[in-house]
Design a protein around this ligand. Structure first.
Ligand code: NAD
Length: 335
């Protein structure tokens, strides 16, 4: 199949080419994101292959359909950037990579927790500067703390396992409870209880109309003073302005992010020589108790290999006219 692959970096290309050795699809790599401005690049390709910040809204879907595209192959698990109803009406099929090393994201999540708690990022810079003072680096034991996990699917359940290993108590919330979590003595509760009891809250649910701005001013009011909040899921789970207000008041004591509501104009690019125009993001960067990574939680050898192999296999399955187990539909997600 002829596939236009958007948002590609050299590392994506090498993993995708290796995975395509057997399938022999005709791949064209584009560094740019797929948006309405770049959509003409997809003309003549039966499939487009996209990532988290490509825009598959109604206008883009209509344009790729006119250009002959009938398949969208997502190189990620989340599909919040695809207008599924329009895709269905146009007869464009959508496949994704539902699971690729949940360990990559879970381990990065815990890495952010440890870094924020023990100020490892600040200590690293101090020591390199010959400053061995400990003032300002005071942390706390994770042992016996209560961790609130929202979303207990593949990633959330690995986070539960790791935090159980640290000796933490686990309160969890998910509309579809995962029985495997009983092994870690996790207790399913409703969100108000989780918000009011947890010392650390970490988000592992998808971005949907129900979870948009899940962390709102109202939710923040219910949390403990000084709570640690971690989001490695999707930026819009947080109302960022409400979060900044809570950081200023001390309600949030620590904030760790791998995702940001408006990340599409920032992440995955080297903007170090430019003035960042996003004042909300710039404000976050000024705070000493905020740690941000640029959507890198997935970024391990293991995950990139699995993403590439599953993506090529998804495209081959559709090309053979078979139903893909990784197809995303409007009524349900088969996985
Ligand atoms: P998953 O589908 O295995 O688990 C998601 C869980 O969220 C499910 O158990 C589901 O029932 C639950 N859920 C659905 N609606 C909910 C709600 N309203 N409240 C609470 N829970 C709800 O997905 P996963 O593989 O664990 O991934 C979780 C999220 O992590 C993805 O949706 C994606 O946004 C994000 N992600 C981020 C990165 C990264 O690099 N930062 C990489 C992969 C995935």
């Amino acid at each position: 199949m002829k596939v236009a692959i958007f948002s590609t970096k050299p590392y994506d290309r090498s993993f995708l080419e290796a995975a395509n050795a057997q399938s022999q699809h005709q791949l064209a790599f584009f560094e740019t994101r797929l948006t309405f401005e770049t959509v003409t690049l997809a003309a003549g390709f039966e499939a487009v292959c996209v990532f988290v910040n490509d825009q598959l809204d109604k206008a883009v879907l209509q344009a790729i359909h006119e250009g002959g595209t009938r398949l969208i192959a997502l190189r990620c698990a989340g599909f919040n950037n695809v207008d599924l109803l329009t895709a269905k009406n146009l007869g464009i099929r959508v496949v994704r990579v539902p699971a690729y090393s949940p360990y990559a994201v879970a381990e990065h999540t815990v890495g952010i927790m440890l870094t924020l708690n023990r100020n490892i990022h600040r200590a690293y810079n101090r020591v390199r500067d010959g400053n061995f003072a400990l003032d300002g680096l005071l942390g706390f034991d994770l042992n016996q703390l209560t961790v609130g996990i929202i979303g207990t699917g593949q990633i959330g359940s690995v986070v539960a396992k790791i935090m159980h290993g640290f000796g933490c108590h686990l309160l969890v919330y998910d509309p579809y409870p995962n029985p495997a979590l009983s092994e870690f003595h996790a207790r399913y509760v409703q969100l108000p209880e989780l918000f009011s009891v947890a010392d650390i809250i970490t988000l592992h649910c998808p971005l949907t109309p129900e979870t948009y701005h899940l962390i709102s001013t109202q939710a923040l009011h219910q949390m403990k003073h000084g709570v640690m909040l971690i989001n490695t899921s999707r930026g819009a789970l947080l109302d960022t302005q409400a979060v900044i207000n809570a950081l200023k008041s001390g309600k949030i004591g620590y904030l760790g992010l791998d995702v940001y509501e408006e990340e599409a104009d920032l992440f995955f690019e080297d903007l170090s020589g430019r003035v960042i125009q996003d004042d909300v993001f710039s404000r976050l960067l000024t705070l000493p108790n905020v740690l941000i990574t640029g959507h890198q939680a997935f970024f391990t050898h293991n995950a990139l290999e699995q993403i590439a192999v599953t993506t090529m296999s998804n495209i081959s399955t559709v090309e053979r006219g078979e139903t893909s187990p990784n197809e995303v539909t409007t009524d349900r997600v088969r996985s």
